[in-house]
Design a protein around this ligand. Structure first.
Ligand SMILES: [Zn+2]
Length: 231
């Protein structure tokens, strides 16, 4: 885990009113389990035949993903609740953090891009938070499918109420997904799609090509799911 030098001047910036400040109390409400057996019917809806794969995969990885999500939110809190990103090497606890002290954007550092594009065989999980508590954006999904070494993407809302996960399964169809990426990128370049817009339709389309989606509600202030799950 790399140490991040936090710029105190920037940290003291005022948090915009539409941002949910991250609190220790909310981080404490994060549940340990990502995948519950009783969620299986919901998983079937989103993962089709891959449901057993995803349950097994996450049983194996549960504690490491839980710890990584908690670390992400602690780090994001230190970054004044701004959007923060963690790149974690799968099978290890090696993680690298970054934030641009921005509430709507976070990008990979150069070093992160380097490891994602080199010839190594290791794979990664990327985690980030959304200060306005929204679900994955189209850009988030494009980033997830745009790097072959990223096998999982985890999103946590600043409220810590929801965690959403995208996972490439053994049935991942990279040829078809690359085609979809090109079409979506074209639509963005023509201003037909907003890269910050909801990814619900795109996520649904990707179920057919080996991308699983699931979300976990951590506490019960309201019972409705995140926007991309029900549309
Ligand atoms: Zn995002």
């Amino acid at each position: 885990m790399n140490n991040v030098n936090i710029d105190k001047d920037k940290v003291n910036n005022t948090i915009p009113s539409w941002v949910t400040p991250i609190t220790d109390e909310n981080i404490g409400k994060l549940k340990r389990q990502y995948y519950y057996e009783e969620n299986k019917s919901k998983l079937v809806k989103y993962c089709g035949e891959d449901v057993d794969y995803i349950l097994n995969e996450h049983k194996k990885q549960n504690s490491i993903l839980f710890t990584a999500t908690k670390e992400l939110m602690k780090k994001a809190k230190d970054y004044n609740s701004a959007e923060t990103l963690v790149l974690m090497q799968n099978g290890t606890r090696r993680a690298d953090y970054t934030s641009q002290y921005d509430y709507e954007n976070v990008q990979f550092k150069l070093g992160m891009k380097k490891v994602l594009l080199d010839n190594g065989e290791e794979t990664y999980t990327v985690l980030h938070n959304h200060p306005n508590n929204s679900n994955f954006s189209i850009q988030d999904v494009l980033t997830f499918i745009g790097y072959s070494k990223i096998t999982q993407s985890i999103l946590c809302t600043n409220s810590c109420q929801y965690t959403a996960i995208l996972l490439k399964t053994n049935n991942y169809k990279s040829f078809e997904v690359n085609l979809i990426t090109k079409i979506i990128s074209f639509l963005i370049s023509k201003d037909i799609l907003d890269r910050h817009g909801s990814a619900s339709r795109l996520i649904k389309l990707l179920y057919r090509f080996g991308v699983c989606y699931n979300e976990l509600m951590h506490y019960a202030d309201n019972t409705e799911g995140m926007d991309s799950s029900e549309n």
